[in-house]
Design a protein around this ligand. Structure first.
Ligand SMILES: [Zn+2]
Ligand SMILES: [Zn+2]
Length: 143
């Protein structure tokens, strides 16, 4: 990937590159940092950032299907594959997972997963992915 790719803001405090697939780092895919991000998610993330008032770390944004498949327990139709979810770490925020989840809810996230053991909150702008042939195939396209 060239050095200019994805190196721009998806919102005030986030770079699009923070959302790209991290599979290459773990040797689980060769997508080259593909990224897909829902505009509504970018808006929600920024609202959360404004409320927290501190830098936030995304532990997972977009995942290509290959990287997603390597993650134990991840759904094959994960919202991460659809570009509609971010996992946001509580690290450095001084918040608990419950508190960050509450903020995410107030900021418009409609599907929220709490992972207290791993210290992050799954935040999504979409309630669920529609599962029918076409939509699922589209979701799994590697860009
Ligand atoms: Zn990938
Ligand atoms: Zn997640």
């Amino acid at each position: 990937m060239n050095k200019h790719q994805n190196r721009f803001k998806s919102s005030e405090n986030f770079m699009l590159s923070e959302h790209q697939c991290q599979g290459e780092r773990y040797g689980t895919c060769k997508c080259g940092g593909a990224v897909k991000m829902d505009e509504r998610l970018a808006t929600i993330e920024q609202k959360i950032r404004d409320r927290v008032g501190k830098p936030l770390t995304k532990t997972s944004g977009y995942r290509c299907w290959e990287h997603n498949a390597s993650i134990k327990g991840a759904s094959p139709i994960s919202q991460h594959v659809a570009g509609t979810a971010s996992d946001i770490s509580v690290e450095g925020t001084g918040l608990t997972v419950d508190q960050l989840a509450e903020i995410a809810k107030e900021c418009g996230a409609v599907r929220i997963g709490k992972y207290p053991n791993n210290g992050f909150v799954h935040t999504s702008c979409e309630e669920q992915i529609k599962v029918n042939g076409d939509v699922a195939a589209d979701t799994w396209t590697i860009l």
